[in-house]
Design a protein around this ligand. Sequence first.
Ligand code: NAD
Length: 384
Amino acid sequence: MMEQQAKKLRIGLLGFGSMGRTHTWAVQNIPFFYGPLPFSAQVSGVCTTTVEKSECVAAEFSIPYATASEDDLINDSDIDVIDICTPNNCHFETLKKAIRAGKHVLCEKPLCTTVTEAEEIAALPLQAGQVCGMVFNNRWLTPVLRAKQLISEGRLGKILTFHGYYLHSSATDTARRAGWKQDKTVCGGGVLFDLGSHIIDTLGALCGPMIEVSGMSQIGYPVRTGRNGDTWQTNADESFYLMGKTADGACGTVTVGKLQVGTNDDFGFEIYGEKGALRFSLMEPNWLYYYDNTAPDSPIGGERGFTRLECVGRYPGLIFPSVKAPAGWLYGHLASMHAFLSAAATGTEFHPSLADGLYVQRVMDAAYRSDENRGVRTEVLPCS
Ligand SMILES: NC(=O)c1ccc[n+]([C@@H]2O[C@H](COP(=O)([O-])OP(=O)(O)OC[C@H]3O[C@@H](n4cnc5c(N)ncnc54)[C@H](O)[C@@H]3O)[C@@H](O)[C@H]2O)c1
């Protein structure tokens, strides 16, 4: 049988801030995690605001082409995909050019800064086989995939109410300068755009789209230091409280904000249906909580109660690491390798050392000797 040739996808990346770096990491690491792949993807070009910065990024991440002109990338016949990781107010013009140039386009959220722009983009005709999409990455978390599956199977029955949230605490740091995400003229909105877009998408995918909403915005700290160091009047919401209703009559609330201390990066939801309920928090990324309202409720509560479903690393198609690997497991390896290589590069002492290895070896050896001796207490030889 003829082996199918993997389709080559050469990506032109626009913007190299936190998301440009994240997307580059994802593209460069996909072969470790999935296989065999029907494509081979490479970040083939990068565009930032200056040639110097682009060249620096290109050299650091083995990207063959660097430019400060997005038109160069978009019109380059050697580029198949345009990946938009620039601030929100850049998306519209870039999207128009990239879609019209026939490129596949992946765009970070939110699509645009206004509905008028977004409508124009959504109405642009696509060529046959041209694929365009958004980065709403939270849809791909295993508990969210599992929630979708349970809802599709009818395990919740009719959905009655929901609560979604996405909470950070960065706006409570009054010494922190406002960035572009706190400036409506660049972001298009405030935290509703920045974090709210994620949870609105996820709730829409799980509960159905909202057809009616009411909202209240909050600015906790109206004055702070701006990007250039001057005093700056905040113009973008720092928290947003939304009530909404879906076409099927489910009603609920969405809270998003950067005024919530202790939250780190807490994205989550509660969804309540006639037959069951779901709860998820990104701060507990391994678990989806499921309540089966059809389970027997007696004696003494029967089998009712939230069950913690183990979603862990069960990403469809993932071959690495193990499906049972909890979120964060690989980071331990990353940190270990980083610490060792840093020590090797600087000639500094590294722990856990070989002596730490010897200690573990001695404990295991003593335990086996004890076992062979019917559990008699056995001395662990001291480490010098
Ligand atoms: N999906 C997610 O989890 C997530 C998280 C954060 C941000 N985002 C989205 O990703 C996008 C980028 O956000 P970020 O956090 O990476 O921002 P960032 O400020 O960290 O990075 C943006 C980069 O784009 C560069 N840039 C600005 N204008 C440019 C232009 N015209 N051409 C090329 N580069 C330009 C900037 O110099 C900067 O390096 C935004 O749309 C944001 O809403 C998504």
